[in-house]
Design a protein around this ligand. Sequence first.
Ligand code: AMP
Ligand code: GLY
Length: 422
Amino acid sequence: MKVLLLGSGGREHALAWKIKESERLTKLYVAPGNAGTEEVAENVDLKVTDFEALAAFVKEKDIDMLVVGPEDPLVEGVRDYFEADGRFPDLMIVGPGKAGARLEGSKDFAKEFMTRHGIPTARHTTVTRDSVTQGVEFLERVKPPYVLKADGLAAGKGVLILDDLEEAKRELNAMLDGKFGKAGNQVVIEEFLKGIELSVFVLTDGKTYKVLGSAKDYKRVGEGDTGLNTGGMGAVSPVPFADEEFNRKVEERIIRPTVEGLRAEGIDYKGFIFFGLMNVEGEPYVIEYNVRMGDPETEVVMPRLKADILTLFEEMAKGQLEKAAFGQDDRYCVTVMLVSAGYPGSYKKGMEITGLENVEGSMVFHAGTKRKDGRLLTNGGRVLAVSSFGETMREALAQSYSNVGKIRFEGVNFRRDIGFDL
Ligand code: AMP
Ligand code: GLY
């Protein structure tokens, strides 16, 4: 099977690494990829949203399967593009069409979807410039903190959580005035849920689903969950507090109604669903849907997956996922992200990375790296994810941290407390 994987982060390196294990694979391309994917695949210099160029490549190389890593191409309709006019009748695609991708592409759509299907989530209202008074009334009715979300994709920056009512009103207006561009033409205001966050990852063919695993990521840059929000500084899987009882509630109240709801609405969803959840005193609520895998969660979920992933994807694409067998490694897997100095603010690129050859007993997934004249250089805010297994979470963490210390680049930063709260 010839596969084209879209994306360039740690998530894509972990996916590429897993795909590379498959006996079904004959050739793997990653567009655009990074220095890590280059070790297991052939990188191709194509933009993930340049559908025309991607289609030409798929045709030229006779690609059998397109695996979409990030959300942008999905929300922009990469599946719809490839499916139009029956130009690629045999191409299997991992990732939903535009209609399904609205679960991530529009927070208002996601909230309304959950309301229609009785899926537990925070109470909300959605406002535009014309209905701002309704938003102000909602803010005055609920207790702080106040949660404001730009409706559209805002590169993970479109959510504000504010303690002060007057500030919340000001920010609401600023969002409607274009603080986050047109993503904020509509703003979802919702009640704050107090609890512990976790994520659950599912693969679905639109009829049935497989739960790939749970994970918890660490979004703040600083230890003790302080400082600015990042894409994620580390992750652990499984989540110790997600016990059997909690997982059963998640399946019954959230996963099943979501898959059934999509189907009932005539949305043929074939791909990943990332359930961002809040555990409120043992009861699960949906904070957000994503229509892709998480990053860095993929770097702990993929290593635990015991399956030939291309077979799993193929059965999904054929709509017969129920046939696919798969298991999970019982061990814990954790990852620690090494990031550039200054991230998530401004940071420099092009620092030389050394010491990777000394890493033992961990998997290093590249996030923002590139190779130039034989040297490995930093090429992003998040640089490397150091993932390890352990019989216990502590053991897995000790393994990752022992290797983190061997990797060097100027200004390297990482959190020293991944998993310590669990
Ligand atoms: P989102 O992009 O919707 O995942 O929101 C970003 C982050 O804001 C989440 O990961 C949560 O930490 C937080 N958050 C979003 N909505 C809520 C809510 N209703 N209650 C509490 N925290 C929230
Ligand atoms: N780590 C969170 C995300 O991928 O959205």
